[in-house]
Design a protein around this ligand. Sequence first.
Ligand code: ADP
Ligand code: MG
Length: 323
Amino acid sequence: MAEFDLIARIAARSGGRADVPLGIGDDAALLVPPPGQQLVACCDTLNAGVHFPLDAAAADIGWKALAVNLSDLAAMGATPAWALLSLALPEADAGFIEGFLDGFDALATPAGIALVGGDTTHGPLSVTITALGLVPTGMALRRAGARVGDVVCVSGTLGDAAAALHLLQRQVEADTPAVQALRERLCRPQPRLALGLALRGKANAAIDVSDGLLADLGHIARASHVGIELEASALPCSMHVAALYGASHVLHFQATGGDDYELAFTLPPERFESLQSELAGQGVGITRIGHVVAGSGVVLRDAQGTRLHFGHQGWEHFSGASA
Ligand code: ADP
Ligand code: MG
């Protein structure tokens, strides 16, 4: 199958937004951003064997490649609008493309994001998505902005994806509900788009947890010129991780594991309770895990107040260290 045929298959399944006068098929797409909104742009690459296993299902790759980008838009408080897809494929495999698009569409359609262009090349499997979103001018959530006295919060549960990876690396084949649920968290992360919107005008700083809680909160601390104190016993944990691992493994996954794609954010303490009940109505749980202090860095303490140390704070490319 030729590159043109692959692109035709992709084009046949793209579209769905009125603000795309020209999508796939020309040299570039034409998009119409609404007045009063800022364009929010991000880009993330997934490489086979690094970001997903070589034998990953095509649909899972399509889902996750989009999910990691939507998570970045969520962390900015943006509404998804348009996406560009750059694919390097070892062979022109129509089955792979259809599976990939099944996973991509399963997330793109409910998120309201339209595929408007991309590039298709020959090479080791790699997927790069550029996602474009919209936010009312001046309303984007940023890493800078955390204030001393803010509470630090996180959505959902932490450590599920890291636990799933741990099981995968140990080739645990068990198909119990707990193992399945964790695998789902790793392969099909749910970007926190509704939460990102709810945080507009309320959170002082936000980030998505992609590399590990300590590492990602470290970015907020640095950008905001503050310190962050976290309480280990407050970190939210799923019943699935708790069913499979002891406390010290769990804490390690929660603090340093990547790939959860929850949002971590800070806000004045008086805003927490109303936000929590507003979000509970949408099925999104948020938990207070610490507070912002004067100083620098992120410190995690146990119930006795003793500082806990980890060998590394999260996933970093080129360092060779993984969570
Ligand atoms: P050009 O040579 O001008 O870069 P291409 O032949 O690469 O054009 O692409 C033709 C059209 O198909 C363009 O509109 C491009 O955005 C789109 N396209 C190519 N690859 C992809 C892809 N993987 N996903 C979505 N659109 C794609
Ligand atoms: Mg091209």
